[in-house]
Write a new protein. Sequence first.
Length: 208
Amino acid sequence: MNRPVLIGVAGGTGSGKTTVARKLVEEFSDSVLLMEQDSYYADQAHLTMEERTKINYDHPLAFDNNLLVEHLQQLMDYQSVQMPIYDYTASTRSKAYKQVEPKHVIIVEGILILEDKGLRDLLDIKVFVDTDADVRILRRIERDTKERGRTLESVIQQYLQVVRPMHMQFVEPSKRYADIILPEGGRNVVALNLLMNQIRMYLQELDS
């Protein structure tokens, strides 16, 4: 393989998929590029703020996967891309972009990475981080209240009305496409080491 290897890391909200992705980045540092699906939320600049707040951001249609696929294809050809930056306070894309350079290993992380066939077809290794629902909701509450200024009531309401139904309809069924299932995410040292060994083998082939 004389192109970057693409690894998809999916899983429900609070599953630990981001932790897995970042552990891989830490392990392989300069050889790894992390692409987050959250950066590719569809541009909502044409909508009012009130209209933006009504959008279901856990639905597949909330993402501009066509742009993500296009950028991944460019990176696979060792071309740089301008990755969008999502502004959570404005619920739309920022006008700024991040210049991203290709790496030998590209990790694509997001809740619906495996749901989209166009994305799946690009991935060499498909990982699903599988964590119990009670743990996931507690992690989401902690993140949204501390990092995003949400109230406990609003987080629970959103989880019950939107996040959980979307998880059951789209995220959980996508697990069947995974090559590797990681129970408990980054805390599963054995499974994580197996994944790291696969990446090491690929990098060794590049050097040989």
